[in-house]
Design a protein around this ligand. Sequence first.
Ligand SMILES: C[S@@+](CC[C@H](N)C(=O)[O-])C[C@H]1O[C@@H](n2cnc3c(N)ncnc32)[C@H](O)[C@@H]1O
Length: 279
Amino acid sequence: MDYAIQRLVIDAGNEAALTTAFAAVGFTAYVFSTRTDGRLDLELYGAGGVFPDAVIAALGVLGLESTEHRVASERELLANVLDSEPCELCPGVWIDPQGTLRTSARSDGRLVLHIPPSPAFGDGHHPSTRMAASLLLTLDLAGRRVLDLGCGTGALGLIAHHRGAAAVTFSDIDEGSVRTTRETCVLNGYPQGTVIASDLLTAVPTEAADVVVANLYADPLLLVAQDERLQAILPHGTLIVSGVAQVKRPAVEAAFTALGFTLRDAREEAWWCAMRLER
Ligand SMILES: C[S@@+](CC[C@H](N)C(=O)[O-])C[C@H]1O[C@@H](n2cnc3c(N)ncnc32)[C@H](O)[C@@H]1O
């Protein structure tokens, strides 16, 4: 999504009137910061590239005029606030937001995924992504068909692709994540990756996979366990679940063992856990 950005300079003391005027029309996308000359910078963000008429009117009433007006993409705005340093997701696998490590990595055997900063989940900093990735790396993925359920940025499915998976299907309920994963597939040399929008398994093709990796949180995982499509999608093979709060681990483990899965491996970090199950 694009955002219109207006920047204004206002005298200290005027912020209360503006805050009241914006609150009256339900507008919250702005930030004040104090300048060295004691006046205030005001920056306003208009979702979709436009400002509500009421916001323009509120500025007009106070006789304020914008000193700068431009349009920026969501990604450009987030680049300033999201971490853009490369991070090691798990041993030998790096996430590189700027794409600067790729060339050197080819020669030292590291897998480096170029995943630009985005609102999608999966920038490599969360324990649930790290644990799912490390469980994925315990598998021989050569020739396997993999489903990355709740793909976020697509990092997990891309690891599977680079570890030799024959085909990876990525799915997410969130259109932004679907869009991001399509982009990261292209950026990481896998433009043919299948990326679909789906609420859990509802729109996932019922073709058998060998591995399902689902970093989804406990409650959606319990719904997956109840969905009879799981039998067609993963009649036998490996299921990696992550994003499970440790307190919910017994319920998630029980739901899948009732379906014939056996727990083979598990990881715990902070209050999260991840499990590898087989059937
Ligand atoms: C914890 S994030 C994991 C993202 C990425 N796979 C990773 O490991 O970093 C969970 C993802 O599941 C998606 N999600 C949440 N509910 C979902 C649902 N009902 N169906 C499909 N995806 C869902 C979210 O949009 C989010 O991208």
